[in-house]
Design a protein around this ligand. Structure first.
Ligand code: SF4
Length: 111
């Protein structure tokens, strides 16, 4: 029997807060039907903006603008998905680091 997966990273982060693999948004994730209506699936939106390194401020700003200013109709679905899986990248205008901090604060509040 394999050992159970670790519950904390070397840095002490609970496993659920560690970055998941980069999952591009938009057409590449068409298996999630709500993504077909996503702002980030529209023509002219580069999926790379959403999975850029967080210090690529220009790309992150472009991704946030699509989420916030583009009238994305599936923000709630997107946020729930991101909270469930905590993947790398911008989801609902939030970077992985921002989401991780918010989820950690929430966990501390309810503890
Ligand atoms: S909120 Fe942003 S990342 Fe989420 S589906 Fe909409 S445009 Fe894409």
């Amino acid at each position: 029997m394999p050992p159970p997966p670790p519950t904390t990273s070397a840095a002490g982060e609970p496993a659920e807060f560690r970055p998941g693999p980069a999952v591009p948004l938009g057409p590449a994730r068409a298996e999630r039907d709500w993504l077909a209506r996503a702002g980030c699936a529209r023509p002219g939106v580069d999926p790379a903006w959403f999975t850029a390194e967080e210090d690529d401020h220009a790309a992150v700003a472009l991704a946030r603008a699509v989420c916030r200013g583009g009238g994305c109709p599936v923000r709630l679905w997107c946020r729930l998905y991101a909270e469930e899986t905590n993947p790398w990248g911008v989801y609902d205008a939030e970077t992985h680091t921002e989401r991780t901090r918010r989820l950690r604060r929430r966990r501390e509040w309810v503890a």
